[in-house]
Design a binder for this molecule. Structure first.
Ligand code: SF4
Length: 331
């Protein structure tokens, strides 16, 4: 995606996308994953070899010592497949008030021993788990056969460990993104529905739910093309461009570092090959955080973050502006 259309959309509203204060570090630990989800913008999967090694982890840990990030957010790929993930989690936890560990639940269920969950509990990491739907059909359409039962089993184990239980201090958040080529429904109503259905049918509780739109890159882009949804979905994203989302975009406050230690404005720019700043920078070279006003690299994939309510790693940004604002195309 070249980015001209998104730049035009910004200019049409006299807007510039530039950094505010950088307070968060997202760490992408690699593209090796136990699942091959249809919506994955990074095309992560079992066939990928990219994974963060200890020398890069040490560079990330050193950066977290230099800069007091308010949030450090570990993602992938599947964290459970990173050989030294416990080392990274243990070292980063004391360096930030909020360490987030992301999981597709199946990886935590199938690949991690009890030690990893015990470590998450011990350091008080926030577990953020992706769960596209509250039923087996939609979940497995996006993530593969047989995953639904494992997701439920892992959510129960997390609850038993105290995660998502009132008063435990252990936060369990869910992330839901649409199984088809349409924008997410309102975050508050989706959270209510998930809460009711997971508690009512399965006795599962959680703290918060975030909704994301699917970003038309990688495997999701290919699915859009092969299913005949591409043109309509791209048009939908552009038509629903919501200028009110711009101040809250995650790229304004977050730096992203990949498995090799290179810096990006966000995980989607990583997928697009648009490095942070004018040149490829390794996190070990970072002597100061980018000052407010630093330009952000953009592409037409940015329409996904700015459509409708918009989204960040922490969910929706702007209130919905009316029912017609979130239109659905075909699945
Ligand atoms: S994809 Fe989203 S987070 Fe990344 S630069 Fe564009 S608007 Fe910002």
């Amino acid at each position: 995606m070249a980015g001209a259309a998104f730049r035009n959309a910004l200019e049409g509203q006299s807007l510039v996308l530039a950094r505010g204060e950088t307070t968060a570090l997202q760490v992408n630990t690699g593209f090796l994953c136990n699942l091959s989800c249809r919506h994955c913008h990074l095309e992560a999967g079992p066939g990928r070899a990219e994974v963060m090694h200890r020398d890069t982890m040490d560079a990330v840990i050193a950066a977290a010592r230099r800069f007091p990030f308010r949030v450090i957010d570990l993602t992938g790929g599947s964290l459970e497949m990173v050989p030294d993930i416990a080392y990274l989690v243990s070292a980063l936890a004391p360096l930030t008030p909020r360490l987030i560990v992301r999981t597709n639940l199946v990886g935590l269920h199938d690949l991690a021993d009890d030690g990893l969950l015990a470590l998450y509990r011990k350091v008080g990491a926030v577990v953020t788990a992706s769960l596209p739907a509250t039923n087996a059909g939609q979940t497995e359409a996006q993530r593969g056969n047989g995953v639904w039962g494992k997701c439920l089993a892992m959510l129960r184990r997390l609850n038993e460990a105290g995660y998502g239980r009132a008063g435990s201090g252990l936060e369990l958040d869910l992330v839901a993104n649409p199984p088809g080529a349409y924008l997410p429904a309102g975050q508050a109503e989706t959270e209510r529905r998930f809460r009711q259905e997971l508690a009512g049918k399965h006795g599962i509780t959680f703290d918060r739910l975030f909704t994301f739109a699917n970003v038309p890159m990688g495997r999701y882009r290919r699915w859009l093309e092969t299913s005949g949804n591409s043109e309509a979905y791209l048009r939908l994203l552009a038509e629903r461009f919501n200028p009110a989302t711009i101040p809250g975009l995650m790229c304004r406050t977050q730096l992203s570092v990949d498995w090799e230690g290179r810096l990006w404005d966000c995980d989607f720019n990583l997928a697009a090959g648009l490095p942070h700043g004018a040149r490829r920078t390794h996190i070990s070279e970072l002597t100061e955080l980018p000052p407010p006003g630093t330009p952000i690299r953009v592409g037409d994939h940015c329409f996904a973050c700015t459509a409708g309510s918009g989204f960040t790693c922490g969910g929706a940004i702007a209130p919905r502006t009316g029912a017609s604002h979130i239109a659905e195309t075909t699945k």
